[in-house]
Design a protein around this ligand. Structure first.
Ligand code: GTQ
Length: 352
């Protein structure tokens, strides 16, 4: 639909109502209610070999303490200056050097950590510490106190994923700082996994919170799950073997707004084209391959980060056995009744 013709008479009228902070819908309708998602988000890849020296250099310029969080934001080239990796999500690479801490605070934004490099640093969430290793997925739920520290003897780098753009769109951002650098711990390390991560819950346990009581999903167990499923060769044409991290209490995603996934693609597997309304951020953990996004190939390997925008057809080609972590705002979209996907590249196949 084209916008109706602008006659001099109409233009005069538009100018007049413009003074009153009004504007005619029929001039903007087609751009406002679009036929399909129109996103400023562009496909992009950050190669680990490129980003790693830059992240390390930040370590000699500023301390984690002074920076509060020493992070290089991964800014989507289509939205420079907006601190977004997709239209609704933020991502960054956080560096903590041995002996450093990132001070305790809490915010309404949800955060995830995906550990790329190093091992042995910790995050404390609401009075409990977890030690993080490569490939672990760690949750910082909304409005929970958290601080990070590195008691190991090597630098640690992880990817932060936050729903800050979503939170700010809804004008719901709050942050508070703890009086001291670190929060007091009132539960032992591993309290949460010991209680909630074995397909059992203490009787009478009730979780009124919209997020998982588990806040570290260790890579060793994720990998074991995929390896177990692999025996049955139940490959999905679009995803290979793809699992989602869940809240064991209700089967929902681990976080209220952000969904997280891990997927295994065997050597030489090529997936069928696929698209969905949630822009996806991927970080391969093992193996190499390429993802064709909107017709262009992006070659990836371990610790790279790449983005697939909303509704852009894409498929993966694994050159060797590959394991890919990913996250998106699907958890929020499904709750709002917005999420759609389309499998295969038949334009006549109905999205659902
Ligand atoms: O670790 O709490 O990358 O508050 C951006 C904002 C990390 C964090 C970020 C944050 C954090």
């Amino acid at each position: 639909m084209n916008a109706p013709k602008v006659t001099p008479e109409r233009q005069d009228y538009y100018n007049k109502i413009d003074q009153k902070s009004m504007t005619p819908l029929w001039e903007v309708l087609a751009n406002l209610v679009t036929k399909e998602p129109v996103s400023p988000c562009q496909p992009h890849i950050w190669k680990w070999d490129d980003v790693y020296p830059n992240v390390m250099e930040a370590g000699s310029l500023i301390t984690a303490q002074e920076a509060e969080r020493r992070v290089l934001i991964l800014e989507n080239p289509g939205m420079r200056g907006d601190s977004r990796i997709t239209h609704s999500l933020y991502a960054g690479l956080q560096l903590i050097l041995p002996g450093e801490i990132a001070v305790a605070h809490r915010h309404t934004a949800s955060a995830l950590r995906f550990i790329l490099h190093g091992g042995g640093a910790y995050t404390a969430v609401d009075g409990e510490k977890t030690i993080m290793e490569q490939g672990d997925f760690v949750v910082t739920p909304p409005w929970t106190w958290h601080d990070h520290g590195n008691d190991s003897d090597e630098p640690m780098i992880w990817m932060d994923g936050l729903d800050v753009p979503l939170v700010n769109t809804m004008d719901t951002s709050f942050v508070e700082f703890w009086d001291e650098d670190s929060q007091p711990l009132d539960r032992p390390v591993n309290y949460s996994p010991d209680h909630y991560s074995h397909n059992m819950l203490p009787v009478g346990y009730e979780n009124s919170k919209p997020y998982s009581p588990i806040f570290n999903y260790p890579y060793a167990r994720t990998r074991e799950t995929l390896e177990g499923m692999r025996k049955y060769e139940d490959w999905d044409a679009c995803h290979g073997l793809k699992v989602q991290y869940i809240n064991p209490v209700n089967g929902d995603f681990a976080m209220p707004t952000i969904s997280t996934f891990m997927q295994l693609l065997p050597k030489d597997f090529t997936t069928t084209p696929y698209r969905s309304t949630d822009g996806m951020v991927y970080s391969p953990v093992e193996g190499t391959g390429r993802t064709i996004i909107g017709g262009k190939a992006y070659e990836w390997g371990p610790k790279d980060v790449f983005v697939v925008p909303s509704w852009v057809p894409h498929h993966h080609e694994a050159s060797e056995d590959a394991v890919l972590f990913s996250f998106s705002d699907r958890s929020a979209q499904t709750k709002l009744g917005l999420w759609r996907e389309q499998r295969g590249n038949d334009p006549k196949s109905e999205p659902h």
